[in-house]
Design a protein around this ligand. Structure first.
Ligand code: APR
Length: 319
């Protein structure tokens, strides 16, 4: 039986990290695509040469031809321009919209059966546009943001309470950006809800507020430290968790940016919600009930995403 084929569109920081992690975890053969062939071919060869000491079996290929993604089972899209210090994700919109058009065409022509994970920012609007440009079913084109934002929140909570990240569960809804909606009352340590842990003195409401704020600014914090470019280890790891869920039909319950059709009172946009991810892609959107405050925050987040989608439509009326 052939190994699954994973196409990585964009062979920059996140793309290269994705290729390395996918190979180490033997998730499949990897095709790295970028606008010029040198970087993807160089990274593919470098990682392939790591196989003997690391002990993995995977074929790695680098290319600048969309024909080489033919038949991919998974496409993970990082093509575009990343955020520079002082830039917002929204500043990236017009450049990256053009990139999504080219990528959407390539996927539609060569990998129409793929499950597509978009990482390019501004995330929710780019995922929306990529689905429109590719023409693939909405349940097979999602954005990776919620797993990353949730991972950041889990890391900060684990640090704060002095417990293993393995025992911290937490998720974030809404758009990827300052308007994300961290679901504090559903965060747990070994199943114990955070509000109970606050009452028991494990942490305080003030410290949790600070964690929420740090989570919202998680990308900017790393960008400022790096000086150039943006985060890539955690984004790549988060996207692979989603890819693995689909490749192995794991039915993982993970937040991702999905097209809504009435859920939470919203339609016609992509935004972060909890989903069940399996072989069919997004197999279910989990419609948990929100408090009034959460619903209000979710609506504000949706309004911010709609503004960006409006900006995309203004740039390309065909969308
Ligand atoms: N087709 C394919 N690849 C492209 C295209 C295109 N039309 N335009 C640009 N690229 C490639 C660049 O050549 C570069 O190698 O996309 C790659 C992006 O890599 P980096 O600049 O290293 O960016 P990275 O840190 O990987 O982030 C990628 O993810 O988190 C988001 O905001 C981030 O939008 C950015 C994306």
């Amino acid at each position: 039986m052939p190994r699954p084929k994973i196409a990585l569109i964009g062979a920059g920081h996140i793309g290269g990290t994705l290729a390395h992690l996918a190979a180490l975890r033997e998730l499949g053969d990897v095709t790295l695509f970028d606008v010029t062939a040198g970087t993807p071919r160089g990274k593919a060869l470098d990682i392939a040469e790591a196989a003997p000491p690391a002990g993995f079996d995977a074929v790695l290929t680098g290319t600048d031809s969309y024909a080489d993604i033919e038949g991919a089972d998974i496409c993970i899209v990082t093509a575009g321009v990343p955020r520079k210090p002082g830039m917002t994700r929204d500043d990236l919109l017009s450049v990256n919209l053009g990139v999504m058009k080219a990528v959407g065409d390539g996927i539609r022509t060569h990998a129409p059966g793929a499950f597509v994970i978009c990482i390019t920012n501004p995330l929710d609007a780019m995922t929306w546009a990529l689905q429109r440009y590719s023409g693939l079913p909405a349940e097979r084109v999602v954005g990776m943001a919620g797993v990353l934002d949730s991972a950041r929140m889990r890391h900060f909570l684990a640090l704060d309470m002095g417990v293993s990240v393995k025992d911290v569960s937490a998720f974030v809804l809404g758009g990827h950006g300052d308007t994300m909606v961290p679901m504090i009352r559903h965060a747990t340590v070994a199943g114990i809800p955070l509000p109970e842990l606050i009452a028991a003195g494990w942490t305080t409401a003030e410290r949790v507020d600070a964690i929420v704020e740090r989570t919202r600014n998680g990308g900017a914090e790393i960008g400022a430290l790096l000086g150039t470019g943006s985060a890539y280890y955690a984004p790549a790891t988060a996207a692979l968790e989603m890819a693995e869920a689909v490749l192995k039909d794991q039915k993982r319950v993970l937040p991702c940016s999905c097209r809504l059709s009435g859920e939470f009172g919203q339609s016609g946009l992509n935004i972060g919600v909890l989903t069940i991810l399996g072989a069919a892609g997004v197999e279910r959107i989990v419609e948990l009930s929100l408090t009034e405050d959460e619903q209000r925050e979710f609506e504000a987040s949706a309004a911010a995403v709609r503004t960006l989608i409006g900006a995309c439509r203004a740039l390309d009326p065909a969308l």
